[in-house]
Design a protein around this ligand. Sequence first.
Ligand SMILES: NC(=O)c1ccc[n+]([C@@H]2O[C@H](COP(=O)([O-])OP(=O)(O)OC[C@H]3O[C@@H](n4cnc5c(N)ncnc54)[C@H](O)[C@@H]3O)[C@@H](O)[C@H]2O)c1
Length: 348
Amino acid sequence: MHGKTLRKFPKKHVTCELTHHSIQSTAFFMYFFGNVTRFTMKITVIGAGNVGATAAQKIAYDELAHEVVLVDVIEDLPQGKSLDMFQAMPILGSDTRVIGTNTYEPTAGSDIVIMTAGLARKPGMSRDDLLFKNADIVQSCIERAYALSPNAFFIIVSNPLDVMTYVALKTTGLPRHKVIGMAGVLDTARYRTFIAMELGVSVEDITAFVLGGHGDTMVPLPRFTTVAGVPLAELMPQDRIDAIVKRTANGGAEIVSLLKTGSAYYAPSAAAVEMAECIIKDKRRILPCAVWLEGEYGLRDVVCGVPIILGKNGMERIFEIKLSADEQAALAKSADDVRSNIAKLTNV
Ligand SMILES: NC(=O)c1ccc[n+]([C@@H]2O[C@H](COP(=O)([O-])OP(=O)(O)OC[C@H]3O[C@@H](n4cnc5c(N)ncnc54)[C@H](O)[C@@H]3O)[C@@H](O)[C@H]2O)c1
């Protein structure tokens, strides 16, 4: 089934980001009136599980949108969670409306769609099984959401992240600046947290990048990591930096082993909402995100995590930094991993 549906991907996609000015009406008004008008935003979150519900909650609490629509296949689940969230708004002083639904009609006209639906790996299920199952889920959800919100930006969270971002790109045929995967923001947040814990300083003062695919081959870059502007290597011995890099790469598994059931969701949902906020407020922050590459960093025809400028047009541009030979090799290896998983989908 997955093979058949995936082969139907339209061939067109991913080239014209800044050549066409598809600024939505909301973003257009924001351009002139600033953040005041962000309250007209409508955001859909697909998947009312741990990540999706927590993301919807944060959007509502932070009043980032006029309306958040939470979608899930489980009957009554999104309705129950969204009603509960909505009832918190009088206490929290937010006028965001939270709607739960099992159908896509209420999502129509969304400005941003955050895709979190998917299965977690179950006992006996291989990584490849999960890849195919989640590809089917992402394809069918994105197809339906895109049909009703053709101007939306898509932030992909479902795993395996880089491949699911590719599936969303192919499913919609949208240009690459509108379909962006969340992984680097989370991986970087984990890395910054571990450094702050080690040094006993504020997490806010750590600036860092983690590039590459979301997984064991991610590429933290200590050379570009600073603490209040001071290079990390001046503050910490190399063996401690190596230990933090290793812990970061293992960050998701560490949480899974502590939780016993389920995986991380507070930090992942915060990361996805940070990306949405950059688009809503046109912040133009430089954040590591998974995007389709067309030669940047020497990589082509693959989704991989690189620093991008994120603003009202989604990915405004890829921010290229000069990597050392070792860093470049690690990034290429990470991209190869993603490429081989994409090939599994397209070759069946
Ligand atoms: N990119 C990242 O860094 C990152 C971090 C954490 C989690 N994730 C991924 O995010 C996804 C969600 O994680 P979670 O912890 O919220 O899982 P979860 O199991 O709590 O929630 C997933 C939800 O998706 C729903 N769902 C399944 N199929 C659906 C469909 N066809 N349409 C609508 N909803 C559907 C399920 O009913 C469930 O409520 C997983 O794929 C997970 O691996 C990614």
